[in-house]
Ligand binder design. Structure first.
Ligand code: GLN
Length: 299
């Protein structure tokens, strides 16, 4: 792959941002420029390519969820984690209260808000701020990145409380599915979603899963990658697995991360989202790149 290849694919994909919309429910996101577009590709041999607005920092939002899962697998082990959350895909939106109710208050998978809220409530630490800070330091150490907490977005999120997420946390709390109080679980969740970095940081996080370091259990990375494949893009996960075939996770900020085991990680950032909540231009870029370099795990 050359920089010219990436430039060409990025130029074609940028245009697909037009079919998406920048979400408005987090006020600070409404200020995002729909034309922002950045990509970073990294390999375990430390080859790096980036194109576009690569200096922009953005919140990870739900792209943090695979790392929430990895962190807790490392801290508690698989048995305890999967007593707290399931591993079934869902055909309902990422913040569906109905899904949780249908499942008798047991969070269906860690890529949904319900699953992530249940997991972060079990993080070590005395309160939301300590839990998020320990997690941030762990990620920075493991992946060699410099994630920071985006205080501006965090105040924006807290200034317009997300009733759907609060209702989910309430149901989880009433069913004794949280490791902390409802308030602390929501606070921790909002904070970890507001961890921010550049596309290079995101690609380096992806490398943690692509080529696990000696400090991380490789079985835990396999579990995370499998769940990214089946659940990472919500309702679009199954179709993407067939058409593209690489574990991928999206976030409402427009962040998108794909991991090709042993080969590398691809991070994209483009704020306009499709109707499911996945970055429209980012998905287009991944599809083209995967086709061009035959990245599918199933081929
Ligand atoms: N913080 C966001 C929310 O709960 C994360 C969801 C996402 O990125 N899909 O709505």
């Amino acid at each position: 792959m050359t920089l010219a290849d990436l430039d060409l694919l990025a130029a074609q994909s940028r245009r697909h941002a037009e079919i998406g919309r920048v979400p408005k429910y987090i006020p600070s996101f409404a200020r995002a420029n729909p034309n922002w577009f950045a990509v970073h590709v990294a390999t375990p041999l430390q080859q790096h390519w980036s194109v576009g607005d690569r200096h922009l920092a953005f919140c990870l939002m739900s792209v943090v969820k695979p790392f929430v899962l990895l962190y807790l697998l490392e801290k508690l082990g698989s048995d305890q984690v999967f007593q707290a959350v399931g591993m079934q895909p869902s055909d309902l939106p990422f913040n569906s209260l109905m899904q949780l109710q249908t499942d008798h208050s047991f969070p269906r998978n860690p890529m949904l808000n319900s699953g992530a809220i249940a997991l972060v409530s079990r993080f070590p630490g005395l309160n939301g701020s300590e839990r998020c800070e320990y997690f941030r330091q762990w990620l920075n150490r493991q992946a060699g990145v410099t994630l920071h907490l985006d205080h501006d977005t965090l105040s924006s999120v807290k200034g317009l409380p997300n009733e759907q997420n609060r209702a989910i946390a309430q149901v989880l709390g009433e069913a004794h599915q949280l490791g902390s109080s409802v308030g602390d679980a929501i606070d921790t969740y909002e904070r970890v979603c507001c961890l921010a970095g550049t596309v290079e940081d995101l690609a380096k996080l992806g490398l943690l899963l692509a080529q696990p370091r000696a400090t991380v259990n490789p079985n835990h990375c396999c579990t995370v990658l499998a769940i990214m494949t089946t659940c990472g893009l919500y309702e679009a996960s199954a179709q993407f697995a067939v058409e593209v075939g690489i574990p991928t996770k999206s976030g409402v900020s427009g962040a998108l991360l794909s991991v090709v085991p042993r080969e590398g990680a691809i991070a994209c950032y483009s704020p306009p989202l499709d109707s499911i909540g996945n970055s429209a231009a980012g998905l287009h870029f991944l599809k083209q790149l995967a086709r061009r370099f035959h990245l599918t795990l199933f081929g």
